[in-house]
Design a protein around this ligand. Structure first.
Ligand code: SF4
Length: 78
């Protein structure tokens, strides 16, 4: 199984809540009403987390597809 990186460009999030509703294992709304990727770290202009299971990839792909402003990205790592 390849590893993937989930990236969240939080500053452009519009707080619609779709990611947290669809994929609560990975996404939650923080105290300011912004989406937060659980167990992620801030790197430069975004937050990120590495995942390595097909289930995690497919669950987060649903969040990618649901985000109306495309601020969630999934990148396959080498
Ligand atoms: S789906 Fe996108 S815009 Fe909506 S809360 Fe999640 S990251 Fe923000």
């Amino acid at each position: 199984m390849a590893k993937f990186k989930i990236l969240h460009f939080k500053e452009e999030c519009i707080s619609c809540g779709a990611c947290a509703a669809i994929c609560p294992e990975f996404w939650e709304m923080d105290g300011e009403g912004m989406a937060q990727l659980k167990e992620s770290k801030q790197v430069g202009d975004h937050w990120e987390r590495i995942i390595d299971t097909e289930d995690a990839r497919s669950r987060n792909q649903e969040a990618v597809d649901a985000c109306p402003v495309t601020v969630i990205k999934l990148e396959e790592l080498e």
